[in-house]
Design a protein around this ligand. Structure first.
Ligand SMILES: Nc1ncnc2c1ncn2[C@@H]1O[C@H](COP(=O)(O)OP(=O)(O)OP(=O)(O)O)[C@@H](O)[C@H]1O
Length: 201
């Protein structure tokens, strides 16, 4: 269970958010509404002024990001100079539990990662695929995607596959998006509006 109750002030902007759910959670909302701030608080990169972040019964509010079992993927969570396969292996190296070669090949084909060469040679959408699959291979308990699928072609298929693998690997997923129709695939949908988080379902 992801259990968050936080307040954070940044200049004129104030975030007030409460979230208590698990599974696939979609957060929509306009630019500047606070989606990235919320994910950064959950990941531990921004400290809340008040409140807590509890993950699976443990209070992680004071823990640094690398101790939370979370991976946060943004639109530039990739290393351009790395070859695609090395990038994915890098994810495996950081993995909390091993992924077999057979699993790796299955994931590559499932997510249509058939490019060779360096990440910088790929299109934006292909880079996003590599970033997200690298993150999955790290085996987080919670995967956070901050508008990280914005340029992926065949996004519906990608999202369905992501949700399948979420269930088989056993991680929870929170993703932010500008595309409200993405919420059709989620178990829960929240809307962020001017720093306030409202649950729709
Ligand atoms: N370090 C900071 N100091 C002051 N204000 C900040 C800081 N970081 C973010 N903000 C403000 O907080 C608000 C929320 O920003 P945030 O990036 O979380 O929104 P968002 O919904 O993710 O938007 P986007 O989709 O554009 O990334 C914005 O008004 C932004 O200008």
């Amino acid at each position: 269970m992801i259990d968050v109750m936080v307040t954070k002030r940044l200049g004129n902007f104030t975030l007030n958010a409460q979230l208590n759910d698990q599974g696939t959670i979609c957060v929509t909302g306009p630019n500047g509404s606070g989606k990235s701030t919320l994910l950064n608080i959950i990941a531990g990169f921004i400290k809340p002024d008040k409140g807590y972040v509890k993950l699976y019964g443990k209070d992680v509010t004071q823990l640094p990001p690398e101790k939370r079992g979370i991976v946060l993927v943004t639109q530039d969570s990739f290393i351009p100079s790395m070859k695609v396969d090395d990038h994915l292996r890098f994810g495996l190296k950081l993995s909390t539990s091993p992924v077999t070669d057979a699993e790796l090949e299955k994931i590559k084909s499932q997510f249509s990662i058939n490019f060779t060469g360096k990440v910088r040679q790929l299109s934006l959408g292909q880079r996003e695929r590599v970033s997200i699959v690298t993150a999955i291979l790290r085996r987080p308990h919670l995967l956070l995607l901050d508008e990280a699928m914005a340029n992926i072609s065949d996004k519906e298929i990608f999202l369905k596959n992501l949700i399948d693998i979420r269930k088989s690997f056993g991680f929870d997923l929170i993703f932010t998006t500008q595309d409200i129709s993405d919420s059709n695939y989620a178990d829960h949908h929240y809307v962020m509006s001017n720093g306030s988080l409202l649950k729709r379902f």
